[in-house]
Design a protein. Structure first.
Length: 138
């Protein structure tokens, strides 16, 4: 298999094997006009297997989405065919409009213009709760 290198864009690397499509969907990469490559189960010395996403466009990436799905990913910024910057992503403390509250009594159900905000309440178990009603995210 041959996947061309990118000239200007991003590479999301060190994704836990099997999580690449979830990141692809949450970042809405299907809406881009540029080339996007998803490499699943690539061999990795450190992880055994990993997923990689390459985007051949200089776009802003919501690192909160990345951190929520997999806090160990790295984002490589490629400019003029070379690695310009490498960013580490961690577990975000606040998520806005990434998760949606399932509680039918939550204010976000009736006040639809309100953003869906979730706060990290238990980092060890990666538990997020709705800012408004404290319902646990699933």
């Amino acid at each position: 298999m041959h996947i061309d290198s990118i000239h200007n864009g991003i590479v999301i690397d060190h994704i836990t094997a099997g999580r690449g499509m979830e990141i692809y969907k949450l970042l809405h990469l299907d809406r881009l006009d540029s080339s996007v490559a998803i490499i699943k189960n690539a061999p990795s010395r450190k992880m055994g297997k990993k997923d990689i996403i390459k985007v051949d466009a200089d776009i802003d990436i919501d690192t909160n989405v990345l951190g929520y799905v997999d806090p160990n990913v790295t984002v490589d910024i490629i400019r003029n065919g070379h690695l310009a910057e490498k960013r580490r992503v961690g577990l975000p403390t606040r998520l806005t409009n990434v998760l949606f509250c399932k509680n039918p009594r939550c204010i976000t159900t009736t006040e639809q213009e309100l953003p869906h905000v979730f706060l990290l309440t238990d980092p060890e178990h990666r538990i997020y709760r709705c800012l408004y009603c404290e319902t646990k995210a699933k």
